[in-house]
Design a protein around this ligand. Structure first.
Ligand SMILES: *Cc1c(COP(=O)(O)O)cnc(C)c1O
Length: 409
């Protein structure tokens, strides 16, 4: 634990850096070693044994080999665990690698191979579970159906809140109660520990695509799972065997990203709340999806999630074509998948992030998802304003010209 750092913001800056002063450095060292000199076979072997079992390296034997342990990555893990209020955390090469390891660890720990997946989920997660690659039997359901969906063989319940891309909120403690002792994994990518700490509501595993808000600058791919010591050991065992490691450079960048996470998320949220409110009254926008709006999760805001976050989805009045034209016309927003960075992004979930999801669970083709960055709110509003206006006019012009008699077409 970090001495003197009690508040979340102080922890974000100092966690995982507890020994830097003793080392005589100010920035965390980046250790790129793939292997480590062994004091002797006996001590090295004992340390290997400890890490292969999911534990830490022993002081006498050292880290042995980078697939077992890396100190730069371990600093990020320790910091994230402190922010998520869990005992430990284990980092992976991507969010999907973290999800894969979580399912494998749950199967190994619990013995069953049944997974309950609460929809809507991130497209990649939905697809991974359905793919057959993990040899699990999956029941997809809605939050209120979890109690009926679990069986004696359920090894994991997977839930995401806020959901992607509809931003619906799910009551984590209600899912935990309904799971009746089966492990519950919460994908906390959209909320971040700044706004929501699922472990405090009973979640066993808290997963992040660290690629998004934790890194925050669009230049790192990574994943991490925060959990108690037992689950973390199980996840480390899976990681040591399957090898989906976070690279130490990525570990350094993710650790650095945590220091500014609170101020980034709060500022982005402030801008998003203002834009969401404004978007509701824009011509051409049929619906705005944002926590707290139209009663979405109102009871959970404040109790489970401290604020609505910085992701917004909108439904366009002119359907799929209209949505496509908006993504063509934005200038300050970047038309790109991913989210949670310092710059604003816009994308079409049905065509991209949720493409592998079966049609009945896929978001509407008239929906766009916006990740709000750190730009000035007036610039973002002006960009959306011109893109929405141009997209509507474009539609009218095209419709008029194709309908016009004698237009030569
Ligand atoms: C992006 C994302 C993932 C997958 O993470 P990668 O780092 O892209 O592998 C999982 N869950 C959510 C909610 C995401 O947005």
């Amino acid at each position: 634990m970090t001495k003197g750092a009690r508040s979340f913001d102080s922890l974000a800056v100092h966690a995982g850096r507890e020994d830097l002063t003793r080392l005589g450095v100010h920035a965390p060292p980046i250790d790129l070693s793939s292997t480590n000199p062994l004091p002797d076979s006996e001590a090295g072997g004992a340390s290997y044994e400890s890490m292969a079992g999911g534990g830490r390296p022993l002081a006498e034997g050292g880290a042995v080999y980078a697939r077992l342990w890396n100190p730069t990555v371990a600093r990020f893990e320790s910091a994230l665990a402190q922010l998520e209020r869990t005992e430990d955390a284990v980092a992976f090469s991507s969010g999907m690698a973290a999800m894969t390891a979580s399912v494998l660890a749950a199967k190994a720990e619990r013995g069953g191979r049944h997974v309950v997946a609460v929809r809507p989920l991130y497209g990649g997660t939905d697809h991974l579970l359905a793919s057959g690659l993990l040899d699990v039997e999956v029941t997809y359901c809605e939050p209120h159906q979890v109690a009926d969906a679990v069986t004696a063989h359920t090894c994991l319940v997977v839930v995401e809140t806020p959901a992607n891309p509809t931003l619906e909120l799910t009551d984590i403690s209600a899912v935990v109660t309904a799971a009746a002792g089966r492990p519950v994994l919460v994908d906390n990518t959209f909320a971040t520990p700044v706004l929501q700490q699922p472990a405090l509501h009973g979640a066993d595993l808290v997963l992040h695509s660290a690629t998004k808000y934790l890194g925050g600058h669009g230049d790192v791919v990574g994943g991490v799972v925060a959990a108690d010591a037992g689950w973390s050991a199980a996840l480390r065992r899976v990681r040591a065997v399957t090898g989906a490691l976070l690279h130490p450079l990525a570990g350094y960048l993710l650790h650095r990203g945590l220091a500014t996470l609170p101020i980034r998320v709060r500022t982005q949220q402030e801008t998003a709340a203002e834009l969401a409110d404004w978007l509701r009254f824009r011509p051409g926008v049929r619906e705005v999806y944002y926590p707290g709006l139209d009663g979405n999760g109102a009871a959970l805001l404040g109790r489970q999630m401290s604020g609505p976050g910085a992701m917004i989805s909108i439904r366009l009045a002119g359907g799929h074509e209209h949505a496509m034209r908006v993504t063509d016309r934005v200038q300050l927003f970047t038309h790109a998948v991913s989210l949670g960075g310092v710059d604003s992004l816009i994308e079409h979930p049905a065509a991209l992030t949720h493409r592998p999801v079966p049609e009945e669970a896929r978001p509407g083709a008239d929906i766009l998802r916006l990740s709000i960055g750190l730009e000035g709110v007036e610039d973002l509003r002006a960009d959306l304003d011109q893109a929405l206006a141009a997209a509507s006019t474009g539609g009218l012009v095209e419709a008029a010209s194709s309908a016009a008699p004698g237009s030569g077409r």
